[in-house]
Write a protein that binds this ligand. Structure first.
Ligand SMILES: Nc1ncnc2c1ncn2[C@@H]1O[C@H](COP(=O)(O)OP(=O)(O)OP(=O)(O)O)[C@@H](O)[C@H]1O
Length: 730
């Protein structure tokens, strides 16, 4: 245990603290960089040059320094940084710290994983240290983050590098005990929070006061300032003092004058360390985009996972429901690598636990954009796979930025639908070095058939698949950029089938005619039947394997390689059952069945596959035949539906009649019982109605005597009445 300091020692350390602060202030004032200059452009300071005070009025340079030890910062912080393993500064730290340490507002933009966190935590700690901020001074700094996970991570960095400072710090995020926070929040010097939770405290916690705030930080500033947080952020800012230092950091920075006015920034320093370097993504990141038809997305994802079993893969999907479905379904198919999922609907503790686990072992994490910003997986993510296209370039940058962090390497792949190819142009316009590649379909493993089998076997999966289908299409429908996202161009029936769904769920907001009109009617790839020996089969649960011995199911879903020509003409369309162009012959003599055919695993065999011209080994189908077949199926479904409805109505009617009879019978019995009760003289009812209760004089019911009128004879009753009368007269 630490020995308590003597009064002398305490005084001495306070004096040294005061002296240290004085020295720091003079040093900062002496060497502060020109406003608007970029310290990165200065020649680096020699490693062995003196640090701090050189003589009475001269101090060492710090603009242009490369090591934390050369900065005018407290000894406590230098110790914290060294012990946390930080020695040399990254570019954004070198460029921004000389400005922020002398109190200037900062608007900093740097690539993902480039060390922005320390670029704002250091000035926060130093500002409060130099102001000799203490517990009783309350909130001195607020650091806002758009997500809880990121806030939690920032909190970790703050605790690590700030451990020698005596500040109290609190993490205010949803999912934590609000009442507990309420009790402590007034005593916190540094708050790391999400906007919603901070506002809740501002609105409801008694005596919560931020009027003395010294530094405000917005991490992922562009996200915090966008429309999603507008209401909260405006309300928060209106409760903060105007005079404060403001630091804004992001990988994709806004310079919107309106935003800056909202925050009342004073002549901010624009620090964009990567502006002269071409791309906003790290150079160590290898980025690819591939064309994947919508109905092959899951096949492609599955095959990708199977080919990278020793990696840490972060997979982005567009909605919680998709994340849940893909996670649950793939888990049952057992790819041979641990799978995890993360989305905003999960409890906070679970989210943190999953992130922790993902960082520690090779695994696949299926996630929504909740983990796309700021999260530092500590050099651990090997691959970022964007199965669903990001909504814009900024979102792309943040997603891929989860890999290739600091000095590590990483790879990313973006799946693009034929209708989303414009996204590639958008990325190239922003000079993001994405290489467009042909997918390696030779090793493509099909899972659609297996998903259909899973959905039949595990009934709880079917609603998940339906919701995944609906939310994906809805997300496309709601996207603003209609040049990239056009739901009417998507082959929705094929997509539905690829999720293993037996029927395409209805979408109220979509007109089928629009879809049919817009889905291009070009020749499209049709499953080719590979030789049995070429088949690569996903492993299944043991019990599932036993049931799926027949490889024909997979044969039908195996696809042909996408050709260069097809890519060039943008003709790649999904492997599909709906074919548009009336180009090649079909074998008209081949009987067209009307029944749904199942294979031995219980999978429905694609009905249109049976329409193909096997004789000529042709891949194309007759559009009119297809439409005819669909019309037949629709009719069939309608008739069956009507039959089902009739049966159901009849069943319900019978049930109602039965219930009525039962009710009647029960009532009759009850009435009989009531009559019996009335005849029963010793019942409680009698006791209540026809009895008197006597208490002793103490008002306590020591002894209660029930006088039951029908238990005594008429003569006795008359005698009793007479007695009572005479006692009344006497
Ligand atoms: N000076 C440094 N020396 C060594 N490692 C560093 C340094 N600065 C940051 N790092 C490490 O680099 C990684 C990325 O840092 P950080 O999370 O701050 O990046 P970022 O720029 O905020 O990323 P994003 O834009 O994704 O939020 C972290 O693991 C961090 O520990």
């Amino acid at each position: 245990m630490k020995k308590p300091k003597s009064k002398q020692l305490r005084l001495q350390s306070r004096n040294t603290e005061v002296q240290q602060i004085e020295l720091l202030e003079k040093w900062i004032e002496f060497g502060k960089p020109e406003s608007g200059s970029n310290p990165l452009s200065l020649p680096p300071l020699p490693a062995k040059s003196p640090i701090g005070r050189i003589d009475e009025n001269t101090y060492s340079q710090y603009a242009g320094c490369t090591k934390f030890q050369q900065l005018p910062i407290s000894k406590n912080l230098k110790d914290g940084l060294r012990q946390s393993g930080y020695k040399n500064m990254t570019n954004i730290q070198r460029a921004s710290l000389p400005h922020s340490l002398c109190g200037r507002d900062i608007l900093g933009a740097a690539k993902t994983g480039s060390g922005k966190t320390l670029a704002f935590i250091i000035p926060v700690l130093e500002k409060l240290y130099k102001a000799r901020w203490g517990l009783e001074d309350g909130v001195g700094s607020i650091i806002m983050s758009p997500t809880r996970e990121l806030a939690d991570q920032l909190f970790g960095v703050l605790k690590s590098v700030g451990k020698h400072h005596g500040f109290s710090a609190g993490l205010l995020i949803g999912g934590h005990e609000y009442d507990e926070e309420k009790d402590h929040v007034n005593r916190m010097n540094i708050l790391i929070c999400t906007p919603g939770r901070l506002l809740k405290h501002m609105d409801t916690t008694p005596n919560f006061d931020c009027s003395q705030l010294q530094v405000l930080v917005l991490d992922e500033a562009d996200r915090i300032l966008d429309a999603g947080f507008k209401k909260e952020v405006n309300a928060i800012i209106s409760q903060l003092p105007k005079h404060k230092q403001t630091l804004l950091f992001s990988a994709t920075q806004t310079k919107s004058v309106k935003d800056l006015a909202r925050l009342s920034l004073k002549d901010p320093e624009y620090i964009a360390v990567d502006e002269e370097s071409i791309a906003a993504t790290p150079n160590r990141l290898q980025q690819k985009a591939i064309l994947v038809p919508l109905d092959q997305k899951l096949d492609m994802l599955w095959s990708f996972i199977k080919a990278h079993l020793n990696s840490r893969i972060l997979v982005f999907l567009s909605s919680c429901k998709q994340v849940r479905f893909v996670y649950e379904a793939f888990k049952k198919l057992r790819p041979g690598i641990p799978l995890k999922c993360l989305h905003g609907r999960m409890k906070q503790v679970k989210r943190m636990f999953i992130l922790q686990q993902f960082v520690e072992e090779r695994s696949v994490l299926f996630s929504t954009d909740v983990s796309s910003r700021g999260l530092d997986f500590n050099k651990g993510v090997d691959w970022v796979v964007q199965v669903d296209c990001p909504e814009d370039v900024a979102s792309y940058i943040h997603r891929v930025g989860r890999t290739a962090r600091y000095d590590s390497i990483g790879q990313s792949v973006l799946f693009l639908l034929p209708s989303e190819m414009k996204m590639l142009e958008r990325l190239q316009e922003k000079k993001i070095p994405v290489q467009f590649d042909k997918p390696n379909t030779k090793r493509l493993q099909s899972v659609s058939g297996l998903l259909a089998a899973l959905l039949a076997k595990y009934t709880d999966l079917q609603p998940l698949a339906q919701r995944a289908f609906k939310t994906y299409l809805k997300s496309i429908y709601k996207q603003k950029d209609k040049e990239i996202f056009d739901v009417t161009k998507l082959p929705i029936d094929e997509y539905s089938a690829s999720l293993g769904l037996p029927m395409t769920p209805q979408l109220r907001y979509l007109n089928r005619k629009d879809i049919d009109k817009n889905t291009p009617g070009e020749p499209i790839l049709v499953p080719q039947i590979p030789a049995k020996k070429d088949l690569i089969r996903p492993k299944l649960d043991n019990d599932l394997l036993e049931e799926s011995e027949d490889e024909e199911t997979l044969d039908l879903l195996h696809s042909k390689e996408i050709t260069d020509e097809a890519i060039a003409t943008d003709n790649i369309l999904p492997t599909t059952r709906v074919l548009k162009k009336n180009k090649l012959k079909i074998n008209v003599h081949r009987p067209v069945g009307t029944r749904v055919v199942f294979d031995e695993e219980g999978n429905t065999l694609p009905p249109l596959a049976r329409l193909a011209d096997v004789g000529t080994n042709s891949a194309l189908l007759d559009k009119s035949k297809v439409m005819e077949r669909f019309a037949e199926l629709r009719e069939e479904m309608k008739t069956r539906d009507q039959e089902d409805k009739l049966v159901d109505r009849k069943r319900r009617k019978e049930k109602r009649i039965k219930e009525k009879e039962k009710y009647k019978r029960a009532r009759n019995e009850e009435e009989d019982e009531d009559e019996d009760d009335d005849e029963f003289s010793g019942s409680d009812k009698d006791l209540k109605k026809g009895s008197k209760v006597y208490f002793d004089s103490d008002d306590e019911m020591k002894d209660k005597v029930a006088l039951k009128t029908d238990e005594i004879s008429l003569a006795e009753q008359e005698e009793l009445a007479l007695k009572l009368l005479s006692s009344m007269h006497s």
